[in-house]
Ligand binder design. Structure first.
Ligand code: IDC
Length: 346
């Protein structure tokens, strides 16, 4: 009798719709809230030199980058992410996963799982999750190609049914030619696309993602030698305290020629520290607004440097909304992320 009851119970779980027995926790993936930036815009696609939403309309996304998640994961938690989505009204969370400097290479399983978790957190709050392969030193991304292939294969496999993933395969190539960066990209992009064919992929450019300018190279080296894969954007980074009108001119020119996404910038020096240059920063923002160039600011942490938006020690607390805990750079950038979005749907 007991055995029969068990058999019946098992049969019931098999036939009753909605009774999910034994589904692994990882399959329970978050849904995008209605009306949120990622829900309204859906699957992103490059259109000409612009970024378009699923309705084929050019849009500009704005958001924040985490600090290195090996150092400041305490700043990426429920209360701070709620503030980023609801109070700052950010469209994008850039998940900055260093490879070296105590990052991914020390424990691939741990860091891949951290990224999976942050992707779900961004998704729950309706933000795009920009997965940043934060190679930096060594500057040649080919040093990490096999790691990148392993990592991105799993990320793409797990999240391919989401519409809010943006893959950035190289943070800041430096001291390496564009042709070598291109060859790296040609090895990594197919790994992602085999799993997630319609995905948006970003590729860092030489000279710390300045189209070679910081390395003294001609930005046209990139423009003349584009990737053949579709749906790809090139990244540009700047720090307004160090990078003046010549950098602005490079951004202005290349963004007319190829699709550009500013995945990292600061209002201070390239060290992420020092005085803020808000007037130079505003020139960049005006250009990016006019051209609908998406941007992400560095960084959403309480590091002591001026470019970390929160005052030191804030991340141990539970209150992140408003401006009370922000440094000047945080107050400035929050205002500019909060500005109403322009997301046409028809
Ligand atoms: C900085 C971090 C700092 C860290 C350093 C080296 O703020 O804590 O010690 O990296 O890893 C970049 C890089 C980004 C830098 C940032 C500010 O993408 O990793 O962060 N920056 O220096 N490019 C230009 C500036």
């Amino acid at each position: 009798m007991a055995r029969l009851r068990i058999a019946l119970a098992l049969a019931a779980t098999l036939v009753l719709p909605g009774v999910l027995v034994g589904v692994p926790a990882q399959a329970a993936s978050a849904a995008l809230p209605a009306g949120s930036p990622a829900e309204v815009n859906g699957q992103l696609k490059v259109c000409g030199v612009k970024l378009c939403n699923e309705h084929g309309k050019p849009i500009q996304l704005r958001g924040m980058s985490t600090h290195g998640i090996q150092w400041y994961s305490q700043c990426v938690k429920t209360a701070s992410l709620d503030a980023l989505a609801d109070d700052w009204k950010a469209d994008v969370l850039r998940i900055s996963m260093y490879i070296q400097e105590d990052g991914y290479e020390t424990n691939p399983r741990k860091f891949t799982d951290l990224v999976h978790g942050y992707i779900e957190e961004a998704t729950k709050r309706g933000m795009y999750a920009l997965v940043d392969w934060h190679q930096l030193d060594p500057g040649d991304p080919n040093y990490n190609t096999s790691r990148a292939r392993t990592f991105f294969k799993e990320i793409a496999q797990r999240h391919k049914n989401k519409t809010n993933i943006i893959y950035d395969i190289a943070n800041e190539p430096n001291g390496v030619s564009w042709s070598k960066v291109k060859s790296y990209a040609e090895q990594v992009i197919p790994v992602i696309r085999a799993e997630d064919p319609d995905s948006l992929v970003l590729v860092g450019t030489s000279g710390w993602s300045t189209f070679g300018h910081s390395d003294g190279k001609d930005p046209q080296d990139v423009v003349r030698n584009k990737l053949s894969a579709p749906n790809v954007m090139y990244t540009f980074h700047f720090y307004a305290g160090d990078h003046g009108s010549d950098y602005l001119a490079v951004l202005s020119k290349v963004s007319d020629q190829v699709p550009v996404f500013v995945t990292e910038f600061g209002t201070q020096k390239a060290s992420g520290d020092g005085a803020n240059n808000f007037s130079q920063s505003q020139k960049y923002l005006d250009l990016m607004n006019a051209k609908k160039i998406s941007w992400v600011n560095w960084n959403f942490s309480d590091d002591e440097r001026s470019g970390a938006v929160f005052k030191p020690g804030t991340c141990s607390g539970t209150s992140f909304s408003g401006t009370g805990r922000l440094k000047p750079a945080g107050v400035w950038i929050r205002d500019r992320i909060r500005t109403a979005d322009d997301f046409p749907t028809s």
